[in-house]
Design a protein around this ligand. Structure first.
Ligand code: 0RA
Length: 634
């Protein structure tokens, strides 16, 4: 009997599952865009990492082929091959074709796969135009191929072998995905991150689309090397990275800590290799341990006066870079994006381990402790000094217009849902924007020159900067700990600068302010970049605006033997109010780019490089990216 004739209960289940996945792929992999596409790779790699965590194999190789196929090969146990009695279907086929079937067979103690989305390898199969499974197990090499999830033949023995492991090659289905082109740096970044989190595991990336692109990641230092990598462009406060690794009960707790001279804190947390972007109980435990240990150290050493307020969490975390990696048997992921660890046991487990460790560490390294307390005390003073300025920038009521900045040309609407704020480079472009806008829903705030670089100042100084104060006041939300998205006066905040290097720099200064102090604005999708046209072409009185160099190339091709004129816009100021409205502000035909955070670590890296104190890094970055002015995708 062929697999196609087996219309038993099992087969119906399979069809139902594959169908469900193909009908609503977003439910299983988040999206059918780039992110969803890469999710296919993570799903397979996570299964391979599970084998490593269970003690099988120490090398995983990911190969990207010319035609957008991807192969993931590991040295694990391989898929189980025995037959399911009633249906005669192999366990491997069940794992490949039914949702959540992997879990039934696989009970490793710390499981990575199935954590975040819990979808399993069958989802990759269902969303692949074709997939080839090879598994090495009990002396044999087995093979089975699938088309859009449907087996083409039963699992068969094709050879004998001495190795064990799994090799899965899949081609993402172009019927499902908007794009099937994998991004080398996205793959490399994630594999490197997994290597940091799994000491001694080798992850190799081979990119056949570019012969030189072969990378191998293996870190025997684990998180210590992760921190060194994160802080590579920063001025360090404690050369020696603080490192702690401990197993208590069923939990594995690993953390690495280093301070730098900057003012922001970065704590990256993971549970079973999944980045817990929204934190959770492990993070809560970590933070309270650190606050407690440092405050008690300050008291023991008489570094603070009785009258001083105690150092708050955010004070002792100024300049902190930390990674916290926990592994636990049954992780619970909560929240809308399932990126918050919900196991409350982890709070006290992490807190006591980290607290005990830090107590001992601080006593053994009092010089370091003193530096941190000193830095935290400065942060307290800056916070107190900024209190008044913060209150000034927080608009009390929507009707109380006299607190709004004088330069703001507000819109008449009071409904944030329909209102937009344009932050415009320069007074002259600001003037054109004021004349060209639709004053019902579009507000204009012209910004003069460069705003202060928030990467290099504490909050008290930042708030004394006029341009920044007027942005915050216009938005209505307050800043830092006072920030409240509810008070946002415009649902769209649009940064409009010239399409040149200076314009890109100003955009980045504004974005840095949002990213460091009002990050919810970005995360909730309120921040946009306007895209003014680069060229105006004129062919026999017919005018057209072109927004990219590619568009111009295309236009040249289409008008090869015709005569036309090209005007290149050097700045917004060269457009009159009407042109500015038509090309850049009118919602019906403008091009807006929503600013997104693709990857926390990459975003931080970009801002550090662009805005930090190392100017040589900045120059290098701005020049190598000058072409992509307006294409910033943090
Ligand atoms: C189900 C059960 C077991 C392993 C796997 C699936 C498995 C899946 C993938 C995907 C890529 N590499 C993989 N390696 C293993 C457990 C097998 C056992 O208990 O022996």
């Amino acid at each position: 009997m062929s697999v196609f004739e087996q219309y038993n209960a099992q087969q119906i289940e399979v069809l139902k599952d594959l169908d469900a996945v193909r009908k609503r792929p977003g439910m299983y992999i988040g999206s059918t865009g780039k992110r969803g596409l890469h999710h296919l790779v993570w799903e397979v790699v996570d299964n391979s990492i599970d084998e490593f965590l269970a003690g099988y194999g120490s090398k995983i190789t990911v190969t990207v082929h010319q035609d957008s196929r991807v192969t993931v090969e590991d040295e694990g146990r391989g898929l189980p091959v025995e037959e399911h009695e009633e249906s005669g279907i192999s366990a491997a086929q069940l794992v490949m074709t039914t949702l959540h079937a992997g879990g039934k067979f696989n009970n490793n103690s710390y499981k990575v796969s199935g954590g975040l989305h819990g979808v399993g390898i069958s989802v990759v199969n269902a969303l692949s135009e074709n997939l080839c499974l090879i598994t090495y197990r009990s002396g044999k090499k087995y093979k089975q191929e699938f088309v859009r999830g449907n087996p083409q033949y039963e699992l068969k023995v094709v050879d004998s072998t001495r190795k064990t492991g799994t090799k899965i090659t899949f081609k993402p289905d172009p019927e499902i995905f908007e794009t099937t082109e994998f991004d080398h740096s996205t793959l490399a970044r994630r594999l490197r991150e997994s290597a940091f989190l799994n000491k001694d595991l080798t992850l190799k990336l081979i990119d056949k689309r570019n012969e030189t692109a072969e990378k191998e990641f293996k870190y025997s230092g684990g998180l210590k090397e992760f921190i060194a990598h994160l802080n590579k462009d920063r001025k360090i406060l404690n050369e020696k990275i603080i490192y702690l690794e401990k197993e208590v009960d069923d939990y594995y707790i690993e953390t690495a800590i280093q301070y730098n001279e900057g003012y922001n804190e970065r704590i990256y947390t993971y549970a079973n290799n999944i980045k817990t972007v929204d934190g959770g109980y492990h993070l809560t435990g970590f933070k309270s341990a650190l606050t407690k240990a440092i405050n008690q150290f300050a008291e023991r050493k008489n570094l603070t006066n009785k009258s001083d307020p105690s150092l708050k969490g955010k004070d002792v975390r100024e300049g902190l870079t930390a990674v916290l990696n926990v592994k636990l048997p049954e992780p619970q992921f909560e929240g809308q994006t399932k990126t918050k660890l919900g196991n409350s046991e982890l709070r006290s487990a992490v807190e006591s381990v980290v607290y005990e460790f830090m107590n001992v560490y601080l006593d053994a390294h009092p010089e370091f402790g003193k530096k941190i307390v000193d830095k935290a005390l400065k942060a307290v003073r800056a916070r107190q000094a900024s209190k008044k300025a913060r209150e000034l920038t927080k608009r009390k009521t929507a009707l109380n217009n006299n607190t709004l900045p004088g330069k703001l040309a507000d819109c008449s609407s009071r409904k944030p849902e329909e209102s937009e704020l344009f932050l415009v480079e320069g007074d002259s472009a600001g003037g054109s924007a004021k004349q060209g806008r639709n004053r019902h829903f579009q507000a204009i705030l012209p910004l003069k020159g460069k705003i202060l670089n928030v990467e290099r100042a504490r909050l008290d100084k930042i708030l004394n900067n006029n341009e920044i104060a007027s942005i915050i006041t216009a938005l209505g939300t307050g800043i830092g700990e006072d920030f409240d998205l509810e008070d946002l006066r415009y649902n769209k905040v649009i940064i409009m600068t010239d399409a040149d290097v200076d314009g890109a720099h100003i955009s980045t200064l504004i974005l840095t302010l949002f990213y460091r102090y009002m990050d919810e604005l970005i995360r909730k999708g309120h921040i946009y970049l306007a895209r003014p046209p680069l060229y105006k072409v004129n062919h026999r009185g017919e005018q057209k605006y072109l927004y990219t160099d590619q568009d111009l190339q295309k236009y040249r091709k289409q008008h090869e033997n015709k005569s036309f004129s090209i005007q290149r816009y050097k700045g917004l100021g060269e457009m009159n109010p009407d042109q500015l409205w038509k090309t850049t502000m009118n919602p019906d035909n403008r091009k807006l780019q929503q600013v997104e955070i693709n990857d926390e670590i990459e975003a931080d890296d970009i801002f550090t490089r662009l805005m930090g104190s190392d100017t040589s890094l900045r120059k290098e970055f701005i020049f190598s990216n000058a072409e992509m002015a307006g294409e910033l995708d943090i």
